[in-house]
Design a protein around this ligand. Structure first.
Ligand code: 0R9
Length: 645
């Protein structure tokens, strides 16, 4: 990359607002949490600065390494942070990296990623690090500045050598007194940088893990950007067309939309504003839907597929089988976010701009591809019929619920909770009748309900809509949860505050978990989005002290080593192979009692990647499925980073 040294940036324009001690006092305010998620936030924050430099057109490579000592190094080949003096008398890098809210007037392209922290920046990372070192390669020279103990200057900016390279390198070590753990997840970081690579075509991102003796490395670079993203999402699906790319620029808002229909039933929409995921959607998503419906409705009318008496298609019809990425770049002066977590785009202009681009370009694509457009419309018609049927099924279930006596048939072997407080009640979905029996005896009847699931729950990825709704186990779950299914699902109607999946800690159990999660992901997604779904972790071992007969439980191998250490003969060890080996009291003590149990919250951090995993797990490729389970199930149990398993 050639080094354009256009100093549009004004080195005296940085505003100095607050000290870093505020960040250390209340880290939650800046990075949300100090758990594993907050820890990864630090990485995103530094990487986002490099991505800003790529967006400005000056950087095409970013390297990240997880170092042996759990520090992180991020290196970009951009222009390098300016090294001149700031009006405070300090060097610019000192101000940039150690002053909260230091944000120069970014020359660049005016589109600044606001990352998770919405522009708070690398100074926050410095404040939360025990060591923070910056190397700058610029104008033939290497400069270095370092900080320690939460942003205190250790060595001021100094020239340390000559170079032909250009760029910025930051190495930081998160402060172990602030973070619960420094155990970075290779998978979490690699998934995130893969997404960045899809969104920034041509940008190469590499992650190297140096923690073990044999380093692990992945590299991503997609010259076709979003088209490759869509191909990745739909890899194992039967697709109806090649990816459709719609691009345009109005009112300084850049729009890039890539979509593709498959023979699937669900929608997979991922939206971004300035490279930051907008999980709650926003004006750009509304604009997309309006533009898409308008183009397809016009075609359906003009080709007489929709008759005068027929209603127009709405989004519920056109979203079945749709995979789409909506990405907008909005200039800093227009960007607005909404919602509690600020991940909903509020910029009003984005709605009409995206609508226009999508409508005009899709109309053109339809003209060029009328046969495929007809297939998409056929699909929308079927979706409408299936939706009407699901509605009928729901109403039938509701009506028969009112008729007492038939309840048993509808809800299977549900043992209800006595409490009427829905928010407190917990529904345990238990693998097998025998564990179901123990759970029923062991539970706290006031607030815990038990639904044993016999046999395998139907694979919601492969089965037809009709088969899914006719499956007994699925019906029992729908009725017990009580909030409908599919587009009809209403989170306000759920009968439980927690739905807990309780299976054996083996591959069969993991498979059942996945089947249930696939069903929830496909047909009750708000249940996951609203953090209602959990996985119960039964212990792996029971330890009985030989002398005292005192019993204790152990959840993983590491714990076991710590406990037993040099006292092997002191304990009798029993490995639990299944829930069925525990009696009711043991099951309560270890897996159901809120005081002692361990639960994993199932979250969708990254809908597109979760989607991909579900496709891998539940699709037709048995080998892939087996490999995935072998590679990842353990991971999900031991290091839960808020991933869907
Ligand atoms: C390894 C992580 N990378 C960075 O943190 C990083 C910041 C940065 C940068 C510039 C170039 N590369 C960077 N990498 C930059 C920006 C501008 C001009 N020259 C270089 C500009 O925006 O005009 N900077 C980010 C902020 C600043 N530089 C500045 F405020 F100091 F200019």
């Amino acid at each position: 990359m050639d080094q354009k040294n256009n100093n549009t940036y004004d080195e005296s324009s940085i505003q100095v607002l607050e000290g870093l001690d505020a960040v250390r006092k209340r880290p939650g305010m800046y990075i949300g949490t100090t758990d594993i998620r907050g820890l990864h936030h630090l990485v995103w924050e530094i990487v986002d600065n490099s991505i800003d430099e790529a967006l400005a057109g000056h950087c095409d490579e970013i390297n990240i390494s997880i170092n042996k000592d759990n520090s992180i190094t991020v290196r970009d080949n951009g222009r390098g942070v300016p090294t001149g003096k700031h009006k405070t008398g300090k060097s610019t890098p000192e101000v940039i990296f150690s002053t909260l809210h230091a944000g120069g007037k970014f020359g660049g392209n005016g589109y600044k990623t606001s990352g998770g922290l919405h522009g708070v920046g690398s100074s926050v990372v410095n404040a939360l690090s025990s060591s923070f070192i910056v190397k700058i390669y610029r104008e033939g020279k290497i400069y270095e500045i370092s900080f320690h103990n939460g942003g205190l200057l250790k060595k001021s900016l100094k020239e340390v050598g000559k170079t032909t390279k250009h760029g910025t390198e930051v190495t930081f070590k998160a402060d172990p007194s602030i973070f619960v753990s420094l155990n970075y997840s290779f998978l979490t970081i690699s998934e995130r940088i893969q997404e960045s690579a899809f969104l920034n075509s041509g940008l190469k991102l590499t992650l190297t893990d140096l923690r073990k003796d044999a380093p692990k490395e992945v590299s991503y670079k997609y010259d076709l950007g979003l088209q490759e993203f869509i191909t990745f999402i739909n890899k194992d699906k039967k697709i109806l067309s090649t990816p459709i790319l719609l691009r345009g620029n109005e009112k300084d808002i850049e729009v890039e939309v890539c979509l593709q229909y498959s023979n699937d039933f669900n929608e997979n929409l991922v939206a971004f504003a300035n490279n930051v995921k907008t999980a709650e959607g926003g004006t750009h998503v509304t604009g997309f839907r309006t533009g898409l419906n308008k183009a397809f409705n016009e075609f359906a009318r003009s080709s007489n597929i929709l008759k005068d008496k027929d209603k127009n298609f709405d989004s519920s019809d056109t979203k079945e089988g749709l995979a789409v990425i909506v990405s907008v770049k909005v200039p800093e002066n227009l960007i607005q976010y909404e919602g509690q977590t600020k991940n909903k785009l509020g910029t009003p202009e984005a709605r009409s701009v995206v609508e226009n681009v999508v409508y005009n370009q899709l109309k053109y694509w339809i003209q060029e591809n009328p046969k495929i457009a007809e297939q998409i419309i056929e699909k929308a018609i079927l979706a409408r019929i299936a939706r009407d049927e699901a509605k009928k099924a729901r109403e039938a279930a509701r009506n028969s619920k009112k008729r007492s006596g038939t309840d048993r048939m509808l809800v299977g072997k549900l043992t209800p909770a006595q409490n009427k407080n829905k928010h407190v009640n917990e529904l345990f979905l238990v693998e097998g009748d025998s564990a179901g029996g123990s759970a029923k005896l062991g539970r706290d009847r006031k607030f815990q309900a038990i639904l044993p699931l016999r046999g395998k729950v139907i694979n919601a990825e492969k089965a037809k809509l009709q088969d899914i709704f006719n499956n007994d186990e699925v019906q029992y779950m729908i009725n017990a949860i009580g909030a409908g299914v599919g587009n009809e699902f209403d989170i306000n109607d759920i009968n439980y505050g927690k739905v807990i999946i309780m299976t054996d800690a083996d591959t069969d159990g993991a498979h059942i978990q996945t089947l249930i999660l696939t069903f929830f992901y496909r047909y009750m997604r708000p249940l996951i989005e609203n953090k209602k779904v959990y996985i119960a972790l039964p212990p792996l071992y029971k330890l009985t002290e030989r002398k005292t007969k005192k019993v204790s439980y152990v959840w993983d191998e590491k714990d076991l080593k710590n406990k037993v250490k040099n006292n092997k003969e002191k304990y009798e060890l029993q490995r639990y192979k299944g829930l069925g080996e525990m009696n009711a009291d043991q099951l309560w003590d270890t897996t159901m009692d809120p005081q002692h149990r361990q639960l994993i919250l199932v979250e969708i951090d990254n809908a597109s990647i979760a989607e991909k995993r579900i496709v891998t797990l539940m699709g037709d490729d048995a080998k892939k499925r087996k490999d995935w389970i072998v590679d990842n199930v353990k991971f999900s149990l031991e290091e839960n980073n808020g991933h869907i398993i």
